[in-house]
Write a protein that binds this ligand. Structure first.
Ligand code: RET
Length: 247
């Protein structure tokens, strides 16, 4: 197994390449999806910068149990996970994020709460850390419920976007479930994985959840735009609305 720092450098480079890919896709991408390109670019930029701090030996503390906690990871997750959820919601809402603001607020609130209570858990000793793990997991279940309940109901109202939404929601669910599993297998949980093993797990999930998932989102949005153009520029509801507002 490679060292912890090998995985940090791999992730920093991988995220940097992800940002470059999204900038390049955005340069030729359609105007109505620019928000998603910019958001995907910053998700990987923030993550890449965090991995650079970790690779340089920053952003970590040793707790009483003698474990090293890479707390910088949680700080960036606090920023990147809400952006990922906004991307998923934008597809469910057919491009108009204002369609259901209470649902967005609930999703993002539960998400930030999940990450911060997860951080407290990793900083805590046995047995208190499992109290925080459980609280964080409840918030995660709320997120999954909001995605597969009300958000899915929104997505189903937009047949042209629904197939993409289903793919994205399944990908997000499968990848995100991996995080608590890696946490439980790692040094903070059962210690079946050593720090290098755990970081290999988190780095793989992070690259898939940000670069892989971001690519799925952006290429899917382009397919929808192309289909719109072919069908005679049916257009997005958001465009129609803002055009009407301008009159
Ligand atoms: C923790 C431990 C406590 C219980 C739970 C967790 C879930 C974390 C998740 C993180 C997702 C991160 C992503 C980052 C990419 O930007 C905090 C590991 C439930 C779901 C997708």
């Amino acid at each position: 197994m490679q060292t912890v720092s090998f995985w940090f450098w791999t992730a920093a480079i991988g995220m940097g390449l992800g940002s470059a890919l999204f900038a390049w896709m955005g340069a030729s991408g359609s105007a109505e999806h620019k928000g998603s390109y910019i958001s995907s670019f910053f998700i990987t930029l923030i993550a890449g910068t965090m991995y650079l701090t970790l690779a340089l030996g920053q952003g970590a503390v040793t707790v009483d149990e003698g474990r090293v906690v890479f707390y910088a990871r949680y700080l960036t997750w606090t920023l990147t996970t809400p952006l990922l959820l906004l991307g998923l919601a934008a597809v469910a809402f057919a491009g108009d994020l204002r369609r259901n603001v209470p649902l967005l607020a609930g999703l993002i609130g539960a998400d930030v709460y999940m990450i911060l209570t997860g951080l407290i858990g990793e900083l805590s000793n046995f047995p208190i850390k499992y109290i925080w793990f459980s609280i964080s997991s409840i918030a995660f279940l709320v997120i999954l419920w909001l995605i597969w309940g009300p958000l899915q109901a929104e997505a189903r109202q937009h047949p042209r976007w629904n197939a993409l939404w289903q793919r994205l929601a399944i990908g997000l669910t499968v990848l995100w479930i991996g995080y608590p599993i890696v946490w439980l297998l790692g040094p903070a949980g059962s210690a079946l994985l050593d720090p290098a093993g755990q970081n290999f797990g988190f780095v793989s999930l992070d690259l898939l959840a940000k670069v892989g998932w971001g690519w799925l989102l952006l290429s899917g949005l382009e397919d929808i735009s192309r289909a719109d153009t072919r069908s005679g520029g049916e257009g997005l509801p958001v465009r129609k609305e803002s055009a009407a507002e301008r009159l």
